[in-house]
Design a protein around this ligand. Structure first.
Ligand SMILES: Nc1ncnc2c1ncn2[C@@H]1O[C@H](COP(=O)(O)OP(=O)(O)OP(=O)(O)O)[C@@H](O)[C@H]1O
Length: 217
């Protein structure tokens, strides 16, 4: 479970005041709202990539508000699935495990397991810079899930994909709940994505965050 309590965030002229919401463990939650309303800001604050001015972020029984990103057990897929370009796909997927000082053999095992699940075994030795958009997203997803995070955050994961690739990724995202014991936060502008994937929607409007059912959109 993730609980945000009275979050106050300020960056330049933009601010969010007293944001409160709860996300149940294992839920697929979609964050929506007009461009510039603060979806990425809140997601990155949960990941520990942006500072909050005040308030608390809880992950299960831990107050993670002041923890470093790597300590939060949250995987992150940035917009356009940004990868480490000059690393191979295998090195990208294993990156978080290397910095967590996993044994080499265990890293290889986990990388191979994820590559199978995401259908990217044939890419493992390729450098990441010339992958297609769909391949990049699969690698970024595998990388974010490598260390068994409790939560993964996806920033507009489907926005740069063509229709065909988007359908593949839809299937992959909707299978996350079955294949991984993970809570998902997904930022999007697409109502279709929300209706197809979300258990709950967090709608950002005028500095407030409202909880909606996808059927209420
Ligand atoms: N480092 C920063 N310094 C100052 N302002 C910032 C900074 N980062 C973001 N902002 C501003 O904060 C506001 C919220 O940005 P954010 O990226 O969270 O919006 P968003 O809802 O994710 O938008 P989009 O849907 O376009 O991705 C925007 O007005 C943005 O310009």
């Amino acid at each position: 479970m993730i609980v945000c309590v009275n979050l106050n965030i300020e960056q330049g002229d933009f601010s969010l005041t007293d944001v409160n919401f709860e996300i149940n463990k294992g839920d697929y939650v979609v964050l929506m709202g007009k461009t510039g309303c603060g979806k990425t800001t809140v997601m990155e604050s949960i990941c520990g990539l942006r500072q909050i001015k005040s308030g608390e972020i809880w992950l299960e029984e831990h107050n993670i508000s002041a923890d470093m990103p790597a300590k939060r057990e949250i995987g992150y897929v940035p917009q356009d699935g940004v990868l480490f370009k000059h690393m191979t796909v295998a090195q990208n997927i294993g990156f978080a495990l290397k910095i967590r000082k996993w044994d080499k053999h265990k890293i290889k095992e986990r990388v191979n397991e994820l590559a199978q699940v995401f259908g990217i075994d044939y890419l493992l030795d390729r450098e990441a810079h010339d992958l297609s958009g769909g391949e990049k997203q699969r690698v970024a997803l595998a990388r974010a899930l490598s260390f068994y995070p409790k939560v993964i955050c996806l920033d507009e994961p489907l926005s740069a994909l063509d229709e065909h690739t988007k359908d593949d990724m839809f299937n992959l995202l909707s299978s996350l709940k079955q294949n991984f014991d993970v809570t998902v936060l997904h930022v999007t502008h697409s109502k279709t994505e929300a209706v197809k994937l979300a258990d709950k929607v967090l709608k950002f409007k005028n500095g407030e965050v409202k909880e909606l059912q996808p059927t209420e959109l």
